[in-house]
Design a binder for this molecule. Structure first.
Ligand SMILES: *[C@@H]1O[C@H](CO)[C@@H](O)[C@H](O)[C@H]1NC(C)=O
Ligand SMILES: *[C@@H]1O[C@H](CO)[C@@H](O)[C@H](O)[C@H]1NC(C)=O
Ligand SMILES: *[C@@H]1O[C@H](CO)[C@@H](O)[C@H](O)[C@H]1NC(C)=O
Ligand SMILES: *[C@@H]1O[C@H](CO)[C@@H](O)[C@H](O)[C@H]1NC(C)=O
Ligand SMILES: *[C@@H]1O[C@H](CO)[C@@H](O)[C@H](O)[C@H]1NC(C)=O
Ligand SMILES: *[C@@H]1O[C@H](CO)[C@@H](O)[C@H](O)[C@H]1NC(C)=O
Ligand SMILES: *[C@@H]1O[C@H](CO)[C@@H](O)[C@H](O)[C@H]1NC(C)=O
Ligand SMILES: *[C@@H]1O[C@H](CO)[C@@H](O)[C@H](O)[C@H]1NC(C)=O
Length: 405
């Protein structure tokens, strides 16, 4: 199913479009037709806007009766000059093979909060290739710092996509977050790379919302915000073999903003490295929200020079809209196991839960952290309103009451 661009031969096809007869070349492969964006007048010089050509090639591939490949060929740089939406449903599965580069304009091209390239309502889409997608974010980060009200574009968004696979592609320098998944099920992400400077604002790697049955593995993130952020409506997520840093770590949340109901469960993060980051593994919820986060395991995580490696914060707040401390997203059944490494701050573990809705059934099992440098490498833990147990060695010492008194 992958790499179907082999065995190509050219065939001549005649067709009719809005009353005009025309002839054009279509490449054919053993796994179906290959729709090369260049055959749809994409130029690939980095200057001419190729978005219309991409739309036409997409529409052709998506309406093919048998599985097709949309090809972005290597050795070229295609400018997508405006917000571009690739719509489904398609008639058959589509491979989107990105071997060339795709770039956003190097200017402020929108004043709306918008998505640069969006994929909507597509089933059985496989995106892969050696290409790099460059969001040209630097100009936006400057704007953000100087005029934080400026709206910017998120790079790529998949909305309503089922049986979606992404592999090997590289995304860089998003104006804001790089990849967003919304209302997607059966999603596999493997071997992708996302990079932006460590101080670039709001450049999350992946954000997942309202999605289920997700497997993210072997991927690398070096960005200015969360490597992966998990939002409400998300369940059954496996994240493994991740390389994350610099970043703000991996985060469940923030959840429950503005009094909303959040539901997140069955999240498993394992066999991963997090380094040079603000936090390591984190759950953050806003005051005044409701709902739950439950059945979360972080295990076999290697931490290097992270300011605060383990965080639960139920007190996220925004002074412009103070909310009741009586309500909170409930957090339970969370396990931190085999987490080792170094923190740059003394308080390496920071668990701050609300008195009204305490965190319950937390487990710490074999957590060993130390200050990364200095004469006294002792670390400490802050624990508020949290219940559960510790097993194995935990450094810092973490002692939880078993039950709510
Ligand atoms: C594609 O992007 C990569 C990474 O930035 C770069 O090394 C390569 O030279 C680019 N190729 C083209 C044809 O622009
Ligand atoms: C991704 O890259 C790996 C390693 O180069 C390769 O084995 C795999 O076939 C690639 N996957 C796809 C879908 O191209
Ligand atoms: C969880 O997601 C995986 C795919 O990542 C899937 O194979 C598995 O069946 C799902 N489990 C449940 C309980 O839905
Ligand atoms: C996730 O994908 C990896 C690599 O394809 C596979 O080894 C692993 O079993 C998958 N995990 C789940 C939970 O589906
Ligand atoms: C994760 O990495 C380990 C060690 O490099 C490797 O043995 C394993 O196959 C990888 N698993 C996946 C699902 O990529
Ligand atoms: C943990 O991270 C350090 C520094 O990044 C690295 O040297 C070490 O090999 C990693 N250990 C594992 C088990 O990945
Ligand atoms: C406590 O959490 C663990 C997972 O960390 C789970 O296996 C166990 O069933 C939970 N216990 C209760 C009473 O919910
Ligand atoms: C290191 O710091 C901890 C906490 O600040 C303190 O309790 C301990 O006595 C210090 N150890 C040494 C050897 O100074």
């Amino acid at each position: 199913m992958h790499g179907s661009a082999n065995h190509t031969s050219n065939i001549l096809v005649a067709g009719t479009v809005v009353g005009f007869y025309f002839l054009f070349l279509i490449k054919f492969s053993t796994a179906g037709r290959i729709y090369n964006v260049v055959d749809y007048q994409a130029v690939g010089d980095g200057t001419i806007d190729d978005s219309q050509a991409f739309m036409k090639a997409w529409s052709a591939a998506c309406s093919d009766a048998i599985p097709a490949t949309l090809l972005v060929p290597p050795g070229k740089k295609f400018l997508i000059g405006t917000a571009t939406s690739l719509q489904g449903p398609c008639n058959s599965p589509v491979n989107f093979q990105i071997d060339g580069n795709i770039t956003a304009p190097n200017r402020i091209w929108t004043t709306e909060r918008i998505t640069w390239i969006s994929f909507n309502n597509i089933n059985n889409l496989n995106v892969y290739g050696q290409g790099t997608i460059d969001g040209q974010g630097a100009i936006w980060w400057d704007y953000f710092v100087h005029y934080s009200y400026v709206c910017s574009s998120q790079l790529i968004d998949f909305d309503g996509c089922n049986n979606l696979a992404l592999s090997n592609i590289t995304l860089m320098n998003g104006p804001r977050r790089h990849l967003a998944f919304h209302q997607c099920t059966h999603l596999t992400v493997k071997g992708i790379t996302i990079t932006a400077p460590g101080d670039s604002p709001n450049t999350d790697g992946i954000n997942i919302a309202d999605s289920q049955n997700i497997n993210i593995t072997g991927s690398t993130f070096a960005i200015g915000d969360d490597c992966i952020a998990i939002s409400s409506g998300t369940s059954n997520v496996s994240i493994s073999n991740m390389t994350c840093g610099p970043s703000h770590g991996i985060s469940i949340g923030s959840l429950g903003r503005g009094g909303t109901v959040a539901e997140v469960e069955q999240i498993h993060v394992f066999n991963s490295n997090i380094f040079h980051s603000m936090t390591g593994v984190r759950i953050k919820t806003w005051q005044g929200g409701s709902g739950y986060v439950k059945d979360v395991t972080f295990e076999r995580i290697n931490i290097t020079q992270v300011a605060t490696p383990i965080v639960i914060n139920q007190f996220y707040t925004d002074y412009s809209s103070p909310a009741s401390k009586e309500d909170a997203v409930a957090i339970s059944n969370v396990k931190f196991m085999n987490i080792q490494g170094t923190s740059t701050k003394k308080t390496a573990v920071c668990i701050q839960c609300s008195a009204a809705v305490p965190c319950t059934n937390l487990t710490f099992d074999t957590v060993t952290l130390a200050r990364d440098e200095g004469d006294n490498r002792t670390v400490s833990a802050t624990i508020e309103n949290a219940y559960g147990m510790s097993e194995g060695i935990t450094i810092p010492h973490i002692s939880l009451s078993k039950k709510i008194a």
